[in-house]
Design a protein around this ligand. Structure first.
Ligand code: NAD
Length: 256
């Protein structure tokens, strides 16, 4: 069992999957730095968790902003070993091209910038910071866990931008793990199905029930804690590297 007596950064840590992971890491004793645009929620969570948990208002697409947050994390009294990439925007950024209208380039660019470029930006800067610290007994210096989506494999109407951004995260996982292997930093990605977070908040109750019933087993939406447990399991499992793990209740098998 690995020690959680380390520093961690969680992007999107003020809400949903990132919040649940922040809570789970802090409960294990990690010194978490929350990186998010949402100042009020992020600061309130840091205040609630207390201890070594702090919040830095961060835009994951901005190099200087991420560097400042990583500096906060590496300034804590233990090595930075964990980076969880949860910041992202959802499939509401529709780019539908219909009736002769082209898909919307602005929505596409914005989605790819936040979801894919933002993830890569944190991955590269966090991994560089991790690789300067002394390795643990097993030679490991850290682990980066990204968040893709099953839309990377099975995007729906209106999800061109979202699916492309998440497909990019799936695609970079293995080569990034290989690139970073000499530094002792692992890279894995979770591809969730439907998880009950503010991202789904706009859906009417009937739509939520219908979605839950379409999940083969268990017949419920995923919980943020399902994601947090998997993220921590990846952190602990030192032999998992370059892997993309779907967490979707076998939703991909559902008949259409
Ligand atoms: P959420 O909206 O609850 O949380 C996302 C967080 O990211 C927010 O706090 C937001 O402020 C932050 N954020 C957005 N842009 C940012 C930026 N530029 N810099 C810093 N922070 C930024 O959503 P969630 O459901 O927790 O989603 C987390 C991740 O999981 C996203 O990447 C999403 O695409 C992915 N995902 C979610 C689901 C789901 O069903 N909820 C399914 C598959 C994948």
């Amino acid at each position: 069992m690995k020690s959680f007596d380390v520093a961690a950064v969680v992007t999107g840590g003020a809400s949903g999957l990132g919040e649940a992971t922040t809570r789970a890491l802090a409960a294990k004793g990690a010194a978490v730095t929350i990186l998010d645009l949402q100042e009020e929620r992020g600061q309130a969570l840091a205040d609630e968790l207390g201890g070594h948990t702090t919040f830095v208002r961060t835009d994951v697409t901005d190099e200087a902003s991420v560097q400042a947050a990583i500096a906060e994390a590496t300034g804590k009294d233990r090595p930075l070993r964990i980076a969880i990439n949860c910041a992202g925007i959802g499939w509401a950024q529709r780019t539908v091209g219909r009736n002769g209208e082209p898909h919307d380039l602005g929505a596409f660019t914005r989605t790819v910038m936040i979801n894919l470029v933002g993830t890569f930006n944190v991955l590269r800067l966090a991994a560089a910071a991790m690789s300067t610290a002394e390795p643990g007994e097993d030679g490991e210096r850290g682990v980066v866990v990204n968040t893709a989506s099953i839309a990377a494999y099975d995007g729906q109407i209106g999800q061109v931008a979202y699916a492309a951004s998440k497909g990019g995260i799936v695609g970079l996982t293995l080569p990034a793990a290989r690139d970073l292997s000499s530094t002792g930093v692992r890279v894995c990605t979770i591809a969730p199905g439907l998880v009950d977070t503010p991202l789904l908040a706009g859906l009417p109750e009937e739509a939520r029930t219908a979605l839950a019933e379409g999940i083969p087993f268990p017949k419920r939406l995923g919980r943020p804690s399902d994601f947090a447990e998997l993220a921590l399991a990846i952190v602990e499992h030192g032999y998992l590297n370059g892997e993309v793990i779907r967490m979707d209740g076998a939703l991909r098998m559902a008949p259409r």
